[in-house]
Design a binder for this molecule. Sequence first.
Ligand SMILES: Cc1cc2nc3c(=O)[nH]c(=O)nc-3n(C[C@H](O)[C@H](O)[C@H](O)COP(=O)(O)O)c2cc1C
Length: 168
Amino acid sequence: MKKIITPNQIERQFNEGKIIVSKTDLKGKILYGNRIFIKLSGFTEKELLGKPHNIIRHPDMPKIIFKFLWDFIQNGKEIVAYVKNLSKDGSYYWVKAFVTPSFNGKGEIVGYHSIRVKPTEEAKAAIQALYKELLEIEHKGGIQKSQEKLEQILAQKGVSYEEFVLSL
Ligand SMILES: Cc1cc2nc3c(=O)[nH]c(=O)nc-3n(C[C@H](O)[C@H](O)[C@H](O)COP(=O)(O)O)c2cc1C
């Protein structure tokens, strides 16, 4: 069972050049994490391997973002998403994640991997404001309402989700 971690306001820092990597099976269970991924999570490698990736899910993340993520990758597409992750000690760190499916020789999806970099402060500020709004809507009206809101924001800007994320 997932242990309850109380989030705090301490942000974990990492260097700009770092690439944070994890790989999962088809269900999102962690099969691999590189050294910096393990370090930022605050867990040991043993604690992480075989666990669902939501072991580092932060409650400030709107559900709709993960719905988008899974819809993309299960359809064989890659996605870019800004994610606030929760460390074992309650601290957090923001990443810009490139999540992609892995295929076998027959073109079937056999797993997924995520490569993450440090987001700029400007992108972080913009996405934080958006996620706060989406989360509030989600708490009141559920994921359907936050999806409607996100689609409405994108329509107003006249951009797709990908264009929006890449413009930040
Ligand atoms: C390759 C890959 C990487 C992922 N990385 C993260 C991550 O860094 N943080 C996170 O919260 N969820 C990540 N997820 C999504 C989780 O599987 C899960 O959907 C999310 O944490 C929401 O969990 P919940 O459905 O329990 O709310 C990743 C999924 C995949 C396939």
